[in-house]
Design a protein around this ligand. Structure first.
Ligand code: SAM
Length: 269
C-alpha cells in the first residue's frame, strides 16, 4: 500500500524534489563514512574499450569510478571548465578532476550534507562542491565547457527545467554527458525531453548490460559494505536501493523492463 501511494506521489514534481532532498540529506548525515564515495551502480567496459588501468586503493568502488571515467572520456576534459550536476559524495568528481585535469570542476548537489562531506574528503586545487538545484543552477550563462550528470536526473522535479539550465550555462559548442536509468516508458519520455532541449543529440547508447555486469562483479563487496555501514533495521531497504543482485533494479535491467542509457549532447556553436 505504502509503495503504491509513493508511486502515485512520484508523478508530482514537488514530491520528487522533496523525496530527493530528504533522502540524500539523510544518507550523508546518517552514514558519513568516508570510504563510501559513489552512489551509482557502476559500469563494466566493453571489450573494445581501453581498460582503465590506474592502480586503485582496495576500498575503491572500482566500477562506479569506471562509470565516471568512461563517461567523462567521451569528450576532452583537460583544460576545460566542468560542472557536475548531482555530484553526491564526490568520488567521481575527485577522480575526473584529478586524472583528466580540467581547469576547474564544480560539483553541484541538492543535499547540503553531501556537499559538506564531499568538501571535507576531496581536496584538490581545481575542485569545489556547492549546494544548489539542477533546476536553478547558480552559475553564469555561457561559462561551462562540459556538464556531467551521473544517475541523478531521474530524481528531478522537472527534467525540462534541468536541460534548459544546462543549455544556459554551457558555452556555445559545450557538451552534456549524461547517464541514467528509467522504465521503458520513461526512457522514451527522457529521449523526447532531450530531443526538445535545444541541444543536439550526438550519441545514445544502451549500457544496461554493462551496468548489470558491474552490479554482479561488485556484489560481495557491496553486501559487506552494507553490513558494516548501515544500521541493521535499514539493511534490507538499503540493499534494494544499492542494487544488490536480486534487487528489483538488477532483475528489471536483466529483463529489459528498466533501461540504463548514456547520452552525449552539444550546444550549438
Ligand atoms: C544516485 S545519486 C548519484 C550521485 C553521484 N552522481 C554518483 O554517481 O555517485 C543522485 C544524486 O543526485 C542529487 N540530486 C537529486 N536531485 C537533485 C537536484 N534537483 N539538483 C541537484 N542534485 C540533485 C542527490 O542529492 C544525489 O546526490
Amino acid at each position: 500500500m505504502i509503495k503504491f501511494i509513493i508511486r502515485i506521489f512520484k508523478r508530482f514534481a514537488w514530491f520528487k524534489r522533496l523525496n530527493a532532498k530528504v533522502t540524500y540529506e539523510l544518507l550523508a548525515k546518517k552514514i558519513p563514512a568516508e570510504e563510501w564515495q559513489f552512489m551509482n551502480y557502476g559500469y563494466v567496459p566493453n571489450d573494445n574499450e581501453k581498460p582503465f588501468d590506474l592502480p586503485l586503493p582496495p576500498e575503491t568502488q572500482r566500477y562506479s569510478l569506471q562509470m565516471y571515467h568512461y563517461l567523462a572520456s567521451k569528450k576532452e576534459i583537460e583544460g576545460k571548465h566542468v560542472l557536475e550536476v548531482g555530484s553526491g559524495r564526490g568520488g567521481g568528481a575527485k577522480h575526473v578532476a584529478g586524472v583528466l585535469k580540467p581547469t576547474s570542476y564544480v560539483g553541484l548537489d541538492l543535499a547540503q550534507s553531501a556537499v559538506d562531506l564531499a568538501n571535507k574528503i576531496h581536496k584538490l586545487p581545481n575542485l569545489q562542491f556547492i549546494q544548489g538545484s539542477a533546476e536553478s543552477i547558480p552559475l553564469e550563462d555561457n561559462t561551462i565547457d562540459v556538464v556531467l550528470n551521473v544517475e541523478s536526473c531521474h530524481a528531478y522535479g522537472s527534467v525540462d527545467n534541468f536541460l534548459s539550465e544546462v543549455k544556459r550555462v554551457l558555452k556555445p559548442g559545450g557538451f552534456l554527458l549524461l547517464v541514467d536509468f528509467r522504465s521503458v516508458e520513461n526512457m522514451d519520455l527522457l529521449k523526447k525531453q532531450l530531443a526538445n532541449s535545444g541541444l543536439k543529440l550526438l550519441e545514445e547508447e544502451n549500457i544496461s548490460q554493462n551496468v548489470v555486469q558491474a552490479m554482479e562483479a561488485e556484489d560481495d563487496v557491496k553486501q559487506e559494505r552494507i553490513k558494516k555501514l548501515v544500521p541493521e533495521r535499514w539493511q534490507k531497504l538499503f540493499a534494494e536501493f544499492a542494487g544488490v543482485v536480486g534487487s528489483r533494479l538488477h532483475t528489471n535491467l536483466i529483463k529489459g523492463d528498466r533501461l540504463y542509457y548514456r547520452f552525449v549532447l552539444q550546444k550549438a556553436g
